[in-house]
Ligand binder design. Structure first.
Ligand code: OSB
Ligand code: MG
Length: 370
């Protein structure tokens, strides 16, 4: 298979409610979509999960667009690919920019699966037909709003609640949810807002019986996380700190975490995500699929990834309705009353792409051909 042409699009999509973390607040997403064409009538879709600003990691929409257009796409065009798994090899000269790489690689996987007439999850080696869903709840205007929100998500069936925390508010946020719902599977995500100087307050979170504490310390740290993990009972889960299988191997070797959040974009695509998955599975370390406020295309890819055996904990992959008035895939992603998503049986990502809606939301489009 060869890629003859790539289309980049930027869409504007308003979130139904703004999403706030320790690094900021997002109301309107700039969604970047990638479509690859094989010149023989085949196409594949990917989504670049780079956010609007370089606050989560170094990547952001405008940089990802340029890296794809000026470096990655020229490396891909016209090259003979035995399979989509060959794509990361072509991109190796570019350092970092995992989200830009992952978007293109994911589109090639969708294309390959469609050419072979298979669901993508099957091509990836997935085994789960239903995936367990959790929700990530941003920082709310008040504790009462937060407790109401949690109640609403539990009523909808979600199996795990993740709350965002930030310094000074962690005990109030977690305490409010824990006292309202004493037995609910609960975790907290700090998005790297703390340092080891905060070890006392972080250690005190052990009393809330959290499933895990996600990324308390710096995005580029492993050693301080290992020190904190030695002092805490609550398992640490790393998100930002794991951008490759090498990072995962080192994190586990030094004891920086006991659980890993895998995001396709952050780790640079399916090949690297599967490496992290395989290594974690071999060491008995649970993994789960994170989210980046994706549109339906990124969401469909997250569902496919979540079918791999090692994804044994509920992820941040939830219903389209929680994010968008109208999603760009059909049907939209829906969650059962049991808090699961049934894996689609159609070819490729398994959802139809609503091209008319995509066209309406597009603010920028560029086509790059050989
Ligand atoms: O840290 O997991 C995170 C959203 C944007 C950036 C980082 C994170 C998140 C989320 C939301 O937690 C996950 C989702 O609902 O897509
Ligand atoms: Mg996180």
């Amino acid at each position: 298979m060869r890629i003859r042409c790539v289309e980049l699009r930027e869409l504007r999509m308003s979130l139904r409610a703004p999403f706030e973390t320790s690094f900021g607040r997002t109301g309107e997403r700039r969604i970047v979509l990638v479509r690859v064409f094989d010149g023989e009538g085949g196409e594949g879709w990917g989504e670049c999960t780079a956010p609007e600003e370089p606050f989560y990691n170094h990547e952001f929409v405008d940089a990802a667009w340029l890296v794809m257009r000026d470096f990655l796409i020229p490396m891909l065009l016209g090259r003979e690919l035995g399979a989509a798994s060959d794509v990361p090899g072509l991109f190796r000269p570019v350092r970092g920019h995992g989200m830009a790489k992952a978007a293109l690689e994911a589109a090639c996987w969708d294309l390959q699966a469609r050419r072979e007439g298979k669901p993508l999850w099957h091509l990836l080696g997935g085994t789960r037909l239903e995936i367990e869903c959790g929700v990530s709840i941003g920082i709310q205007p008040s504790l009462l709003d937060l407790v109401k929100k949690v109640e609403q998500e539990l009523t909808a069936g979600y199996r795990r609640i993740k709350v965002k925390i930030k310094p000074g508010l962690e005990r109030e946020i977690i305490g409010a949810v824990r006292s309202a719902f004493p037995d609910v599977p609960l975790m907290a995500d700090a998005n790297a807002a703390y340092t080891l100087e905060d070890a006392d307050v972080l250690r005190s979170l052990d009393e809330f019986s959290l499933m895990m504490l996600e990324q308390p310390l710096a995005y580029d740290d492993l050693l301080d996380h290992a020190e904190l993990q030695r002092q805490m009972r609550t398992p640490i889960c790393l998100d930002e700190s794991i951008a490759s299988a090498e990072h995962a191997r080192k994190a586990l070797a030094v004891g920086a975490c006991r659980i890993i959040n895998i995001k396709l974009g952050r780790v640079g695509g399916y090949v690297e995500a599967r490496r992290i998955h395989d290594l974690s599975l071999a060491r008995g370390v649970p993994v789960w699929c994170g989210g980046m406020l994706e549109s339906g295309i990124g969401r469909a890819h997250n569902i496919a990834l979540s079918t791999l055996e090692g994804f044994s904990l509920p992820g941040d992959v939830s219903a389209s309705r929680r994010y968008w008035e109208q999603d760009i895939i059909e049907p939209e992603v829906e969650v059962t009353p049991q808090g699961t998503i049934r894996v689609p049986m159609g070819v490729g990502i398994g959802f139809a792409v609503n091209e008319r809606l995509i066209e309406r939301r597009t603010v920028r489009r560029e086509v790059i051909a050989a």
